[in-house]
Design a protein. Structure first.
Length: 492
């Protein structure tokens, strides 16, 4: 009996010891599972394509003829393949831009591909792309412009019904969607069914966002809403279209109040709702294709800088590829996208922290379950945690031999809330502790962490790295730490 009871007893003692260390409680607002899933996609693509592609414009007036939509070579599979090769995990497509032209044969308007010569009016770009995404293993989503410069009733209640009908069509007929994008540009001059006038609306009240968001959520169980209203959506605009988030970046905003530019860029430490930041930027100067921009495709160093300032600053990156007039993504853009993905993968291929000796000056209940090593075990669901009430602590990484590195990555276990307010990095170089800060920073870079924070510094050759959390809303939960060496060129 002994040899059976003993391990049994030992196991129960161990179990009791583990359960004696309570798991940390959530701190403040937390993300929904839909938000977490989109956050974890990190990079996904925007595709801008509409009549503007053929009028060489960025905003159509709404008086264009559907006849001009007749691409010779439209191939949604090429778009999906290109996006996948660029490291994109999903695609958001402009089903309807401000001109009002529908890239699917909507039952509610004549202003759509149904009245275009392309495929004799039998085509459906949204359907083609939804299928291509499924084939390439990408998630799919739509951009539906609330502003419609073609519709005669824009500005009145009838248009809002039309808008919701279109939303229902899109979210019912094309399979699973991960996001719906309700652009913030709203009202102004337009064709409006021939009225050719100026129509102003109150963008907070006109669309009945509460109900419209609820409609979207009721039609798609995994969807997140991107919106720009005081009825706060699930993801927020970052406040610029240049590709950067603030150094300090909270995933929170205050519900019921329109955020100003400062709050969009940095979030709000005291916010009462989880609203993750999304950085939208185009690989070219414009969102739509213009031949004159063929030589202005962003360079690899520019794209890398954007990556560090978006994904590396607790945001997702929504990178736009315009569709060309032939119905394809231009080869320069495709090649640049693939180079970008390969470079990101290369920089973060080898985590030097994995070979280091890892320790911390505080570990929750002294438990192995919350040990510092949990931050380098490659698992997103385990983390280093401190005791409740301990809001400053450090983790030490000691290398076998002096090691060269210039990138540091940290991530919080945000399912239980974003916590860290301030941290510091120091490297032990020739026996001296040297402070490391981001090379691009105009602001203090080592502040918030969130889901992922990347710090870039000039190469150091160090025998140890100290990651100190200086202040946190509650005990910090660090699920990921990485140290890397990269020699890729990055724009500051
Ligand atoms: C803006 C729009 O006005 C642009 O045309 C583009 O669609 C961009 C993503 O959002 O608000």
């Amino acid at each position: 009996m002994k040899h059976i009871t003993f391990p049994f007893l030992a196991l129960s003692v161990l179990a009791a010891a583990c359960s004696a260390v309570p798991a940390p409680e959530a701190c403040g607002p937390v993300p929904s599972s839909n938000q977490l899933k989109v956050q974890d996609m990190e990079t996904y693509a925007f595709l801008h394509y509409s009549l503007n592609t053929y009028t060489d414009a960025e905003w159509g007036y709404g008086n264009e003829s559907p006849e001009i939509f007749n691409p010779s070579n439209l191939d949604a599979r090429q778009w999906a393949r290109t996006c996948r090769a660029a490291g994109m995990k999903g695609i958001i497509f402009t089903a309807k831009h401000h001109c009002g032209f529908c890239m699917w044969p909507s039952a509610y308007t004549e202003f759509s591909v149904r009245n275009s010569p392309w495929k004799n009016g039998e085509g459906d770009v949204v359907k083609d792309l939804a299928e291509a995404c499924r084939e390439e293993g990408l998630r799919f989503a739509v951009y539906l412009s609330p502003w419609d410069r073609n519709h005669a009733a824009y500005g009145g209640p009838e248009y809002v019904e039309y808008f919701r009908n279109q939303l229902t069509e899109l979210l019912s007929n094309y399979g699973d969607m991960f996001e719906v994008w309700f652009d913030g540009a709203n009202g102004g001059n337009g064709w409006y069914g021939g009225a050719d006038t100026v129509r102003r609306i109150d963008k907070d009240t006109y669309y009945g966002w509460d109900e419209t968001y609820a409609l979207a959520r009721s039609l798609q169980k995994d969807i997140i809403v991107w919106g720009d209203s005081r009825f706060i959506a699930d993801f927020r605009w970052i406040g610029n279209e240049s590709g950067f988030a603030g150094e300090k970046n909270w995933s929170l905003l205050e519900n019921g109040r329109r955020a100003d530019m400062e709050e969009l860029g940095h979030g709000l430490e005291t916010g009462d709702r989880w609203v993750f930041p999304e950085v939208d930027v185009s690989i070219r100067p414009g969102w739509f294709y213009h031949e004159r921009e063929d030589s202005l495709v962003k360079t690899l160093p520019e794209l890398m800088a954007i990556y560090y300032k978006s994904v590396g600053r607790n945001s997702t990156l929504l990178l736009n590829f315009p569709i060309g007039r032939d119905g394809l993504i231009h080869p320069v853009d495709s090649a640049r996208g693939a180079e970008f993905a390969a470079t990101v993968a290369g920089v973060f291929a080898h985590n030097l922290a994995e070979g280091a000796k890892i320790s911390a000056d505080n570990v929750r209940g002294g438990s192995r379950r919350y040990a510092a090593g949990k931050a380098v075990d490659g698992r997103p669901d385990t983390y280093w945690a401190t005791d409740d009430g301990v809001v400053s602590a450090n983790m030490l990484m000691e290398f076998d031999a002096p090691t060269e590195f210039n990138r540091f990555v940290a991530g919080e276990y945000v399912a239980l809330g974003q916590r860290v307010k301030d941290f510091a990095l120091e490297a032990l170089v020739d026996g001296e502790w040297v402070e490391l800060n981001d090379i691009s920073g105009t602001e203090d870079a080592t502040t918030t962490i969130g889901r992922k924070r990347i710090i870039r510094f000039s190469t150091v050759k160090a025998s140890a790295l100290r990651f100190s959390i200086l202040d946190s809303k509650a005990c910090p939960l660090i699920s990921n730490v990485g140290v890397y060496f990269s020699n890729e060129k990055v724009n500051l």
